[in-house]
Design a protein around this ligand. Structure first.
Ligand code: SF4
Length: 410
């Protein structure tokens, strides 16, 4: 299996939300300077807390002002023109203030930071997730690891600066810290008993969770399954874009095929906009679609009326016992034939199954069954890789293009 870059929980999440974004970030490794202000603020908060705890580790407790100064200094030094503020109702100053407020409350809550002993800060970990024969390399960064001597356990900490708070159920299902626990347990079995701790700085709230060895084993299996799906997508070059609310925070919007043209048109002069070949094609396509709809409505009305006439014709033919009905310039022929009605699985699953069983046991199934492209496209990807590869070697491959008119919404 070819693996050219280690996985991470972040990269798996990116793959799940938009495969194209995954490709830009982790396969093509497109360089981008664009950074969301939320990510920028999160980095500065992490740096300030790392510094604070480095001091704590050396026996020094720094003041709240010292912590705020570290944060603001980092903000000033790192600020750059490509920091993007998506939410128009907030300014950079608002984000700076929110981060500062979160740090002040954090300092108030934990000072003198003696709840546990600091073991590691911003610890980079590399590990392997195994599932059967397959092995997948992973990397991660743990914000802080503590040893809690009172409770005799390790704590794995994560700082969050997001504007949404995790519920307990979400924390219990969260994968990042649990995967780090899985990795650290591989190094030292004592981590099997670790506590997972999230600090939501903008809410002055701590959320905790624990995992059993069975939870960690199940997580490793899930994660390996996702890594395997990524490898399959890489082999097939299957990285379609997926538009969602997250696009507004995507650093690749300007090269993404779903955004390149709309973004270019956003700033175009009216005449340039109306003269743009793409804009003109959409306008014409929409016009034709509207005309087709008018015709379709008319045809639907004609068909409904014709159906009513057809029923009257059948009535007439049965009543008069005739198979040919004379008319001006045309005549109507009325014929009938007997054919089987095959039960559908959704309507009568018992009869559908009995029928299949009977035909299969009689050795006649292949006479009436056929492989169809629709079912193969829907199912084959979930079959074992080896079978899938053998089948796809026998299939032709074509790119199916589709043009679809949608109402414009950002
Ligand atoms: S802009 Fe949206 S669709 Fe395009 S790559 Fe980014 S997340 Fe995917």
């Amino acid at each position: 299996m070819s693996i050219n870059r280690p996985f991470s929980i972040t990269s798996l999440g990116t793959f799940a939300s938009c495969r194209l974004q995954f490709r830009y970030a982790y396969v093509d490794r497109v360089e981008t300077e664009t950074e969301s202000v939320e990510a920028f603020m999160g980095s500065r908060v992490h740096e300030a807390l790392e510094e604070l705890y480095r001091q704590v580790k050396n026996g020094l407790v720094r003041s709240k002002d010292w912590l705020v100064e570290k944060y603001e200094e980092g903000w000033r030094k790192n600020w750059h023109a490509a920091v993007r503020i998506v939410r128009r109702d907030f300014s950079a100053e608002d984000y700076l203030r929110r981060g500062r407020g979160g740090l002040e409350e954090f300092h108030d809550r934990y000072r003198p930071f003696d709840q546990a002993k600091v073991v590691a800060l911003e610890e980079k970990i590399s590990f392997t997730v195994r599932d059967g024969e397959d092995e997948f390399p992973f990397v991660g960064v743990v914000d802080r690891i503590d040893w809690n001597p009172k409770e005799n356990l390790f704590e794995i900490h994560d700082y969050k600066t997001s504007g949404s708070l995790m519920t307990q159920a979400e924390a219990d299902a969260d994968r990042q810290l649990a995967l780090y626990q899985h990795a650290l347990t591989g190094r030292d079995p004592e981590y099997a008993n670790a506590r997972l701790v999230w600090h939501f700085l903008l809410f002055d709230k701590e959320v905790r969770s624990r995992r059993t060895p069975a939870d960690l084993a199940a997580l490793a299996k899930d994660v390996a399954g996702e890594a395997r799906a990524i490898e399959a997508a890489k082999a097939e070059g299957d990285f379609p874009p997926r538009k969602s609310a997250l696009c507004d925070w995507c650093a690749y919007q300007d090269i993404c095929p779903l955004w390149r043209h709309p973004l270019a048109m956003e700033n175009a002069e009216v005449n340039a906009y109306l003269g743009n070949p793409g804009v003109r094609l959409v306008a014409r396509y929409a016009e034709l679609e509207a005309a087709k709809k008018t015709r379709r409505d008319e045809i639907a009305e004609l068909e409904a009326e014709q159906k009513r006439v057809e029923e009257a014709v059948l009535d007439f033919a049965r009543r008069e016992k005739v198979g040919r009905i004379d008319g001006p310039g045309h005549e109507l022929w009325v014929t009938s034939r007997e054919e089987f009605g095959v039960p559908l699985k959704k309507d009568d699953p018992g009869r559908w199954e009995r029928l299949r069983k009977l035909v299969r046991e009689a050795g006649r199934f292949e006479d009436v069954a056929t492989i169809n492209a629709f079912m193969l496209n829907a199912r084959a990807r979930s079959w074992p890789r080896e079978l899938y590869d053998k089948i796809t070697a026998l299939l032709g491959r074509r790119t199916v293009w589709k043009v679809e008119l949608r109402e414009k919404r950002r």
